[in-house]
Design a protein around this ligand. Structure first.
Ligand code: PLP
Length: 400
């Protein structure tokens, strides 16, 4: 029986599971019931639940020092930032506590960049349909999802929303004298595991170069190894000027970061931005341990291998269950399944069959297993998904 939640804001439609404990791919509720967790905190637990390497890093640091203000030098920040820069296009990093704060930092950075270059009028950030960038006022405005914006009063100025397919409108917006930046997820997560094509990313890069805009990649969900490379942009060879990351960077500990080239970050001078908690010693200890694990070539190889297996098997299920699966999409272990029945209904039936999967726009469900997934667990998830489909088919027959 779910406990009442009278004292919490009613902003979530929560699954009726009272979670207690996790271990790798498994999540257990208070009654001891076991679930195969292919949500993993929505792509946060890159190493699964309670990985020993993160427990060790956290407990060791917890005995030494948890928190000091950013007015002091925190050595772990420079160490982790250097690793992130060595592994990416970036030269500099700002640490935050969440994804949306990393996006907030990126949005402030682009305006400060243009102001510092003598163009304070360049404030417009171009975002795309299906995007999700988090819940701060600027991040929801950048993504432009009406559902998340309704009722919150006037919109922030300086944001343009376009369809990724409308090339003429994108070109016109990028050529406007007030244009500042383009923000895009190389693989849209909440938008239904939609991977942009290399041609789309190349086109956006070209528009930015031609018109002096900064290109922001939001890799909060698709970065940190999720697609089988450290960063999703690596598949295309297109590099951004700014990138936001979070989720698997902390493996479950709240960490985010905004990465940028030295030039893009040149407006971010003393006093222009800050955070009380961002990059504190405890966060950096866990982030360093998580980064070192995920950067291992064998882990990234495992992502590619398991992703290939899942994709192939799901294509087989699509043929076997044409009344259930419309399309299999995504990249790496950000797997999207566009369904024929209602996605919420399938998520509920999957839960009844001890499988946890996430939702997504466009009637998708997402499978976001840990990056160290084994083939045995992938196979077990597919078996539980088939049981779910069988239950959905039986239910449809009953109501027909
Ligand atoms: N950007 C993307 C692509 C995301 O998937 C998310 C979270 O799902 C965010 C931003 C917001 O991150 P957070 O919820 O940590 O603020």
């Amino acid at each position: 029986m779910a406990q009442s939640e009278d004292h919490l804001f009613g902003v979530y439609a929560r699954a009726p599971i009272e979670v207690e404990r996790g271990e790798g791919t498994r999540l257990y509720d208070r009654s001891g019931r076991e679930y195969l967790d292919f949500v993993q905190g929505i792509a946060v637990n890159g190493l699964g639940h309670a990985p020993q390497v993160l427990i060790d890093a956290m407990t060791e640091q917890a005995k030494k020092l948890w928190h000091v203000s950013n007015i002091f030098t925190i050595p772990g920040q420079e160490t982790l930032a250097a690793k992130l820069c060595d592994a990416s296009f970036a030269d500099q990093v700002f640490f935050t506590n969440s994804g949306t704060e990393a996006v907030e930092c990126a949005l402030k950075l682009v305006r400060k960049y243009h102001t510092s270059k003598g163009h304070p009028e360049r404030i417009d950030v171009i975002g795309f349909e299906g995007a999700f960038h988090g819940r701060t006022y600027a991040a929801v405005t950048a993504a432009g999802n009406e559902t998340y914006l309704a009722g919150f009063g006037p919109r922030l100025p300086g944001f343009v929303h376009l369809s990724l397919d409308d090339h003429a409108a994108i070109k016109a917006a990028a050529e406007a004298p007030t244009a500042a930046a383009i923000i895009v997820e190389p693989v849209q997560g909440e938008g239904g595991a939609r991977a942009l094509t290399d041609a789309e990313l190349t086109y956006l890069r070209q528009l930015c170069d031609d018109n002096g805009l900064l290109l922001i990649f939001d890799e909060i969900q698709c970065g940190m190894g999720r697609t089988g490379r450290m960063w999703a942009y690596e598949h295309s060879g297109v590099t951004p000027d700014v990138m936001t990351i979070a989720k698997a960077l902390g493996g479950g500990f709240p960490i985010g970061a905004c990465l940028a080239t030295r030039d893009a970050a040149s407006g971010m001078v003393v006093g222009s931005h800050g955070s009380t908690f961002g990059g504190n010693p405890l966060a950096m200890a866990v982030g360093l341990a998580a980064f070192d694990e995920i950067a291992k070539p064998e882990l990234l190889e495992n992502v590619r291998k398991q992703a290939g297996y899942l994709k192939q098997q799901l294509e087989g299920l699509k043929a076997a269950w044409p009344d259930m699966i419309e399309d299999v999409r995504g990249k790496g272990l950000l797997v999207g399944i566009k369904l024929k029945p209602n996605n919420r209904e399938i998520m509920g039936l999957a839960r009844d069959n001890n499988l946890l999967i996430a939702g997504g726009s466009d009637n998708c469900v997402r499978m976001l297993p840990p990056l160290n997934l084994t083939e045995a667990d992938a196979r077990e998830a597919l078996a539980r998904l088939e049981k779910t489909f069988a239950a959905a088919r039986a239910k449809a027959r009953e109501t027909a």
